[in-house]
Each structure stands twice: as C-alpha cells, then as structure tokens.
Design a protein around this ligand. Structure first.
Ligand SMILES: [Zn+2]
Length: 331
C-alpha cells in the first residue's frame, strides 16, 4: 500500500461486523489524510493519530497504556508495547509491537498495509476476485496421524470436519475440491500443486492443535507471514517473497472472516489470527489459510472435537465465513 486514497465512507469492516446486518458508515470528514511515515530501527511506522484520521474513527484515546480507536461499530485497541491487537474483540497478532516515540504511538507500516487496511476495508483489496470453488485440505492422513487425543487421531478429526464442510459449502452454492477425502497422505507439495490447479478457488487447510500444557485451548487461524515480517514465534523477517505473498491481503481478510465466524459459533477461546510460513500457505497462489480448530491435548476441548455437533459448529462457521468473505470483496 503506497499512498492509498483515504477511506471513503463506504462499506467498512463487513468481515467483523458485530451485528449481522451492520454495514458501517463512517461519517465523512473533509480533507484527505496523507500518511506520515517515521523510521524506527530500519522500519517504517505510522502514527495512531494518522490511522484515526485516515479511517475516520470518531475517537482515539489512551488510558492506562491502552490505545483505543472507536467508531459506532468499530473498536480497535492495543496496549502500548504489545503486538496483540483487538478489532471488535477479535485478537490479531501484529508482525511488530506498537511503540511510543516522540509523543506518538506508532504502528508498523507492514501491519497497516498487510493487516489493518485489508481487515477494515476488504473491498479495496486490489487482487481480490470472485471465486466459485473452495479447496478443502484435511491435514495429515495415511501414515501421518498428526496429533491425537484419547478419542482419536488428528487426521480423522480433520477429515470428518472436511467432509462436513464440503456439505455445508455445497449447500451455500460453492464447488468443493478436497486434497484428500479418505485416509490417504498427499505430501504437502502435492496439496499445493493440486490447489494451484483449481481455477477460481480459495484454500482452507484443517488441523487440530496439541500442546504439552493441558490447559492450552482455543482457536488459532493462520495466514502466511507477509513479506518482510517474521512469524508469530520468530520475529526474523523474511526478505524474499513467497508465492503465497501475492495474496497477502486476501489471506488476512479470509482468515479474519473465518476466525471471527468460528468464534461466534463455538464461543471457543480466542488465541488469535497468527502468521506463519507453513508449506501449504507459502507455495500456494490462491487466498489460503490454515485453521487449528482446538486442542486435542485439552481434555474438555478434545471431548468436544470428538463430537459431530461441535465439528458441525466449526464447519458452519467456516462455510458462513466463505459467504461473508466473498461478499466483502465485491465492489
Ligand atoms: Zn496438524
């Protein structure tokens, strides 16, 4: 995003609308807000005030170290020094923490261009185009079981969810292709090659999580790390552009729609929309995300994931989000 036109009072934030019917109209103000870019430690930053003016938030306030942007239907907040950004109470992990310098709170330009902008106004995504087909990728399979709970193996839950999702997407008029629909193991490379050949499609990889601490629980949704930024657990930036980086804006918009929709259905703990360079996200030329639908290592969540009722909630959450995402792109 170089020098975008200021946010017009058009449809903003359809991906995260609090109410189902909410279409946000931010009151227009005269005068364009240009971006004031500040260098810090070799990176470009913009001020919170600049963001407030550009997106025409009604107020920007700071209290007890928390920076808060507000409009009637959008609330965006973050603690100074933190990388946990909440937009309408959904958690996003920024590529770089917010900093305070020269009396200004600063957001990295990468986070502005690759997260805040496509999330707040997806209809401005230039590469965004219509899709007819969803490629579902149930993770693992065959000789690769993934993680497991006392109720079964991850590969089985991924496939059960994938088959439910196929049905739910077809009911909503989408075509569906699956990287596997049985207990087989296509390699990660084969999954990418398969998806890249499906025209007019988006890609959703399905997984369940595991951690040594049994109290870890909740939903994580991953989009590819943008070029020049690190992953959620490794801040080292990646200089070279991966194939999936051509869809950076769509990736985060799709992740936002899916993550928010699953949370709404399941009321699961929100572990955030995160960044990584998983093989299936890096090599793909479609909008692509990876969903970690809960922790098989958490006794309560493992029991839920073993039930068709809970998998159906995740499935309808994802399917609804595909509709939301498609409509949000439409100009
Ligand atoms: Zn997995």
């Amino acid at each position: 995003m170089n020098r975008p036109a200021p946010a017009s009072p058009s449809r903003l934030l359809p991906l995260l609308a609090l109410a189902a019917t909410a279409i946000l109209l931010i009151p227009g103000t005269a005068g364009a807000a240009a971006w004031d870019v500040t260098r810090h430690q070799g990176r470009d930053y913009v001020t919170a005030k600049n963001i407030k003016n550009f997106y025409r938030f009604a107020t920007l306030g700071v209290s007890n170290g928390t920076i808060q942007f507000r409009s009637p239907k959008i609330e965006m907040k973050i603690r100074n020094g933190s990388d946990n950004l909440y937009i309408n109470r959904v958690l996003f992990r920024l590529s770089y923490p917010v900093i305070f310098k020269d009396k200004n709170y600063l957001f990295s330009r990468i986070d502005l261009a690759k997260l805040i902008d496509p999330v707040l106004r997806p209809s401005f995504i230039r590469s965004g185009r219509r899709f007819t087909t969803v490629v579902i990728d149930p993770g693992h399979g065959g000789a690769d079981p993934g993680s497991k709970s006392i109720y079964g193996k991850e590969k089985e839950f991924n496939l059960r969810l994938g088959l439910l999702l196929k049905r739910d997407l077809e009911r909503r008029g989408f075509r569906v292709r699956m990287t596997r629909d049985a207990d087989t193991f296509p390699t990660l490379g084969q999954r990418v090659v398969f998806a890249n050949r499906v025209p007019d499609s988006i890609f959703i990889s399905l997984h369940f999580n595991w951690f040594t601490r049994r109290d870890a629980k909740g939903l994580e949704t991953y989009a590819l790390s943008p070029q020049g930024a690190g992953t959620h657990n490794d801040r080292g930036p990646n200089g070279r552009s991966l194939r999936g980086n051509s869809r950076d804006s769509e990736n985060i918009a799709l992740a936002t729609a899916v993550h928010a929709s699953i949370l709404k259905k399941t009321r699961a703990n929100d572990r955030g929309i995160k960044r990584d360079r998983f093989t299936v996200l890096a090599g793909i030329n479609k909008p692509a995300i990876l969903v970690e639908g809960g922790f098989l290592s958490n006794p309560g969540e493992a029991r839920k994931i073993a039930s068709t009722a809970y998998l159906s909630l995740i499935s309808t959450g994802i399917a609804d989000a595909c509709v939301t995402y498609r409509n949000a792109l439409r100009k």
